[in-house]
Design a protein around this ligand. Sequence first.
Ligand code: FAD
Length: 248
Amino acid sequence: MKRPLSWQIATVVDVRPETAKVKTFTLELPDWTPHRAGQHYDVRLTAPDGYQAQRSYSVASEPERNKEIDLTVEHLEDGEVSSYLHDVVIPGDQIEVRGPIGGYFVWESARGGSLLLIAGGSGIVPLMSMIRHRAAAGSTVPTRLLYSSRTPEDVIYYEELQKRRAIDKGIEVFHTFTRARPSGWTGYVRRIDHQMLREVAEPLGEGLQAFICGPTLFVEAAANALVQTGIKPEQIRTERFGPTGGSS
Ligand SMILES: Cc1cc2nc3c(=O)[nH]c(=O)nc-3n(C[C@H](O)[C@H](O)[C@H](O)COP(=O)(O)OP(=O)(O)OC[C@H]3O[C@@H](n4cnc5c(N)ncnc54)[C@H](O)[C@@H]3O)c2cc1C
């Protein structure tokens, strides 16, 4: 029987930059269990003196991928765990992880309906797992992603999102930039608000399911604005990337 909450030693098989501050780590798991899109793993680091630090990271890859998961991590200045992952970890290293964890912020293609995905910064990670799962499962569920980034250089998975929207008319991507816009940009250039959400959500109809992920204040503002557009709280699921875990 699987014990999803047991710690296991994963091997890092690939590390690749996504942006200047974000890297994706591919981990091979000896005791792999398919996750549900939206779930996360805990990562635990142990120093030679026994000091431990533990943080949560959403799975970025689709559940259909065998034995491996991708974690996409933003480097926070002075961040204990994200700095270690960015500055020290290389392919071949081993990392202690446990998961998959979480049963609320998840989406499965069998559910149908239509999907509104709202991301702030690295909050795109579990939503990308949903987008990849949707494609791998052959789902045609109408999907709209509203993705807020500070600058164009901060957009994670930009190329992949462009490719997916080009080959799949069922998925539409809307970027908004809060600090700097690309030259010639005619799209959104402000924080997510009620008007923007109304414009993006309306074509999805009444029965949509919304997932919002990002920093705590972003998630709260977006969820409140979404309720103002008439979407019921039970249609909205949220995940906050606030400070987590702990040290001992
Ligand atoms: C369910 C869940 C899933 C998550 N998934 C991801 C993911 O896929 N990718 C990812 O990059 N992060 C994710 N996070 C956030 C992650 O768990 C850590 O909080 C983050 O990497 C910072 O850890 P650290 O040890 O580097 O920084 P710390 O040493 O804990 O903190 C350094 C400084 O940054 C502040 N801080 C801590 N966390 C954040 C944050 N998230 N945003 C802004 N400031 C912060 C602290 O208050 C402190 O001032 C997730 C969090 C949760 C709860």
